[in-house]
Structures are given as structure tokens and as C-alpha cells.
Design a protein around this ligand. Structure first.
Ligand SMILES: Cc1cc2nc3c(=O)[nH]c(=O)nc-3n(C[C@H](O)[C@H](O)[C@H](O)COP(=O)(O)OP(=O)(O)OC[C@H]3O[C@@H](n4cnc5c(N)ncnc54)[C@H](O)[C@@H]3O)c2cc1C
Length: 480
């Protein structure tokens, strides 16, 4: 019998797992996907927002500002990448300037630190590529950028290190209330008992709620966002996160420098019916281009290396919905977690623990270790350090992904790491092999062979990501 089953291994489920692993409780995290961080947590803008945008007095405002500060703690404890860019919200003309002034007041009310209004010229002194049309800007220096799925990996690894368990490819298909807890059914066949359930199922939260409640208090209305990813050769084109003034659809199309040097341009904001429609569309991308060109001149779209889309778990409740079910004791909703959910994630986890502690005793574990260390990226070492490593193990000298400079040893470390991987995309998420200009065109075959060798698989058994997605099917050339 578990004390807590957490449904969903996105940034929210993994942060909650880490917080719960501070206490003497038995925790299981489950996800229907083959990997951690596969939905919203892998397809977003990666911004740790300052908290200037959410409406005053909302959970979004409070937990965004709190979460922004907690990312500094996570950086120290979990060795996650954080790029301190600062943010600028830019206005063009009188009407937008009035919106900007309202936003400045909101930033002050939300207790965003160091927010200030500057002229268009001052904004261009800081960011010379900004459009000449821009007349005023709100500067929010606490805005930063991270690598979202690495944060989720780090939280999950640390939670496991402190006793939590993880089961992937485990879709929750049924929940039944019992006298002292719940029976949870996975994939329609296996059953596990737990005292409490925490649902952090992203765009599927309302489907999970409907398994146990007669009248769920919210519905998810999925909202899609499309992006361009520009090659890291454009590093320095823009150094702040650039936002337009927000509109009724949200924060608008942004320019976002990424931790590895790429530039993200997007997203759109379109309500859709399909909870899993991650397609890029000509219309969506054209909209991104049009809107982005109002922010800066000469955006190097010719350096695009890929496009992608993410789906926000926007809910009819509008604010984050974090509460114990009114109908079913012991079932906790952590739902409607759209933007700024990545920023707020560590604060959401703490907020939930406070709710739980209002009713239950949680006893702290004396041996809790908050630290997780990740291996150094080989290409960031000095020539002398590299030479020492290569002398010890020549596999350090075998550059597999030439674009991102990822070595054989880094791929082996990803395959056998704490959240090991045996798929092409799993390696890409952990080691970045295939994330560069050629998008895996040159290294995918080599990665596939390494996975097969290290896991003792035949080449045809190596999947791209999900079960039954092999890259190779059979040999077509036979040497005699
Ligand atoms: C386009 C876009 C841009 C964004 N930009 C930002 C940003 O810049 N900054 C910011 O702070 N926030 C941003 N967000 C919001 C942020 O990404 C999300 O709030 C955050 O990732 C939510 O994490 P989650 O763990 O709740 O959801 P998810 O990452 O979606 O995780 C939910 C998990 O539940 C699992 N699951 C669902 N149903 C089941 C089931 N039946 N059984 C088992 N598992 C199940 C899913 O497989 C999934 O892995 C953005 C979101 C989008 C889509």
C-alpha cells in the first residue's frame, strides 16, 4: 500500500514527488508515457517568469513569484541550468503604453522585485535589435530561462534517491474508492492500492477527475502554441526575454534566448479540441513570424532548425486549481496548470504539502538529501581536462553528435543514468545528441548502435521513443 500515488511525471508531479520524499511516506509516481516530462513540460517557452503578468490576488501570481525565487534554490541543490536574462515587455504607441503602465502596477502589487519602466530608446540601448517602433518598455530583471525537462529529470532523480518510486508506461485507466484509500488500475489490468492520490495529469486532469468525481469543478480547454527554434549560431541576437504587451489571448509571441544558445520564437494561442494535436501548421507559423517581426528587426528565421507545438492545460477555473476534492476525501487536484506552471512548480509543490499538512501529519525523514549532481558537459572542459579524460578512457574522444559536441561517454552515461534511456529521443532529452543543426541526421545511427550495444538489443529493437517505433526494420543489403 502506497501513501501517495502521483499521477503525472511532468514538472508538477516530479516537484511534488521531491517535496513528499522529504517525509516518511511511501510515494509512487506514474505516467502513461515512456519517459518523464513528455507533455507540457517538454514543449513550452522555458521562461521562469517574474510574476508581472498573472492577475493580482490569484494563486498564479503568488506561486509564480514564489517559484521564481525557488528556482535559485533548485539551481544550487539540483545542478539545473538557469540563464539570468531579465525580461522586457515592450509597447508600441499610446494605447499599448497604457496597458504597460497597468502591468507595471500589477508587477508592484504582485511584489515582483526591481520592475521599472524605461523609454523605447533605453530599451534599444540594452537590446539594439528591438524594433524602432517600440516606445516604452517594462523591465523585469528577475525573469530567467531554464531547460524544463532537465528540471523534471533532476526532481525525479532526487525523489528516487530519497525513496520515491517511478513507473512509466503506466496509464491510469480506473480509480475506485475503498474503505481506507483507493485502488488504481493501470493499462486496464494491474491494480495498486494507495491511501491518497495526487492528480497532476496536465491536459488530462479533467479525465482523471471524471474517474472518481460525479461533478468535477473544472474542465480543461486545451490551448495550442507553435514555435520556431533557431540554431544556437544566433546566440546574442537578443539577450533578454522579449514580450509584447499581453492581450486577451495571453502573453503573445515572444523572443526567448535559451540556455544552450538557441532562440525560441513563439508561441501562438489557439483553443483546440484534440488534447494531443502537436502538429505545426503553416498558418500558426506565419502568425508567429508576423507577430515576432513587430518586436525586433531582421530576426534570422533562415537559421530555423525545427518547429514544434505545445498544448497548455488551460481550465475553465482560470486560476490554478489546487485542492482536495470536495466529493472524495484523499484525492487532490493539481489542475489547470498552464503558464506560469513551470515557474510556479516548486512553489505549487510546497503549497500542496501545506494543504496536506493541514489535515495529516507528515514526519520529516532525517536522511533526506536535497542534492543531485549532474556530470559535466565534456565540451565545456579545458583542453587539459579533456586530454586527461581521453587518456583514461578513449571513448571521451569519440564525438558522436558533432553539432552539439556530445561524446560517446556522455551518451553511455545517459543510457545508464539514474533515469536510464533506451530510445533515440530519450537520449536526445538527456544528452542533447540530435538537438543541433542537423537534428540527428548525422548522429542518429551512431546513437542507435550505442543503445543496442549497451542494452544488449538487436538494432531493430531500438525504438525512436514510444513502444513499437523502431527506426530500422530489416537489413536491405547483405554482404556475402
Ligand atoms: C506553449 C506553452 C508555453 C508555455 N510556456 C511557459 C513558460 O515559459 N513558463 C512557464 O512557467 N510555464 C509555461 N507553460 C506552462 C508549463 O509548461 C506547464 O504549466 C507545466 O509544464 C505543467 O506541468 P504538468 O506537470 O502539470 O503537466 P505535463 O507536463 O503535461 O504533465 C502531465 C503528465 O500527466 C501524464 N498523464 C496524463 N494522463 C495520465 C494517465 N491517465 N495516466 C498516467 N499519466 C497520465 C501525462 O503523460 C503527462 O506526462 C507553457 C505551456 C505551453 C503548452
Amino acid at each position: 500500500m502506497y501513501d501517495y500515488i502521483i499521477i503525472g511525471a511532468g514538472i508538477i508531479g516530479t516537484c511534488i514527488a521531491r517535496e513528499l520524499s522529504r517525509f516518511d511516506v511511501k510515494v509512487l509516481v506514474v505516467d502513461k508515457e515512456p519517459d518523464v516530462a513528455n507533455h507540457q513540460t517538454i514543449a513550452n517557452s522555458a521562461i521562469i517568469h517574474s510574476g508581472h503578468d498573472p492577475h493580482e490576488q490569484t494563486l498564479k501570481a503568488k506561486l509564480c513569484v514564489e517559484g521564481n525565487a525557488l528556482f535559485d534554490v533548485l539551481e544550487q541543490e539540483l545542478d539545473i541550468p538557469v540563464l539570468r536574462t531579465g525580461g522586457m515587455i515592450v509597447a508600441i504607441g499610446d494605447a499599448q503604453e497604457r496597458v504597460l503602465e497597468g502591468l507595471y502596477q500589477r508587477a508592484l502589487t504582485n511584489q515582483v522585485k526591481e520592475a521599472s519602466l524605461i523609454s523605447g530608446d533605453e530599451a534599444r540601448m540594452r537590446e539594439p535589435k528591438l524594433s524602432k517602433q517600440i516606445t516604452k518598455a517594462l523591465l523585469v530583471p528577475t525573469t530567467k530561462v531554464t531547460y524544463p525537462w532537465e528540471v523534471a529529470f533532476a526532481c525525479m532523480e532526487n525523489a528516487i534517491h530519497n525513496g520515491a518510486e517511478l513507473r512509466l508506461n503506466h496509464a491510469v485507466t480506473g480509480i475506485v474508492r475503498q474503505a481506507h484509500g483507493f485502488t488504481v488500475t493501470f493499462n486496464g489490468k494491474t491494480h495498486v492500492q494507495t491511501r491518497q492520490i495526487i492528480s497532476a495529469a496536465g491536459v488530462f486532469s479533467d479525465q482523471i477527475a471524471a474517474m472518481i468525481e460525479d461533478q468535477p469543478l473544472y474542465r480543461i480547454t486545451p490551448r495550442k502554441g507553435e514555435y520556431f527554434v533557431l540554431d544556437r549560431k544566433v546566440k546574442g541576437f537578443i539577450n533578454h526575454v522579449i514580450y509584447p504587451v499581453p492581450n486577451e489571448k495571453g502573453k503573445g509571441v515572444l523572443l526567448v534566448p535559451q540556455v544552450h544558445g538557441n532562440l525560441l520564437v513563439g508561441p501562438t494561442s489557439v483553443f483546440i479540441d484534440d488534447h494531443e494535436d502537436l502538429s505545426s501548421t503553416a498558418a500558426g507559423l506565419a502568425q508567429v513570424r508576423r507577430d515576432a517581426m513587430k518586436l525586433a528587426d531582421d530576426i534570422p528565421f533562415d537559421k530555423t532548425i525545427r518547429t514544434f507545438a505545445g498544448i497548455r492545460a488551460t481550465s475553465t477555473h482560470e486560476d490554478f486549481f489546487i485542492a482536495e476534492s470536495k466529493e472524495v476525501e484523499g484525492f487532490y487536484h493539481v489542475a489547470g496548470i498552464d503558464s506560469p506552471g513551470l515557474t510556479a512548480a516548486p512553489a505549487i509543490a510546497r503549497h500542496l504539502i501545506r494543504l496536506i499538512r493541514d489535515k495529516h501529519t507528515l514526519v520529516e525523514k532525517p536522511g533526506f538529501d536535497p542534492r543531485r549532481k549532474k556530470p559535466h558537459a565534456f565540451h565545456r572542459l579545458s583542453d587539459d581536462e579533456k586530454a586527461v579524460l581521453i587518456a583514461k578512457d578513449p571513448r571521451h574522444g569519440n564525438l558522436v553528435c558533432k553539432c552539439e559536441k556530445i561524446t560517446e561517454t556522455e551518451i553511455i552515461a545517459a543510457i545508464h543514468g539514474p533515469l536510464g534511456a533506451d530510445t533515440i529521443k530519450g537520449i536526445k532529452k538527456r544528452a542533447r545528441a540530435g538537438s543541433g543543426l542537423c537534428q540527428g541526421g548525422y548522429c542518429e545511427g551512431a546513437v542507435l548502435k550505442l543503445i543496442a550495444r549497451e542494452r544488449g538489443l538487436t538494432l531493430e529493437k531500438v525504438n525512436y521513443y514510444h513502444p513499437d517505433t523502431p527506426i530500422l526494420v530489416k537489413e536491405t543489403k547483405v554482404t556475402s
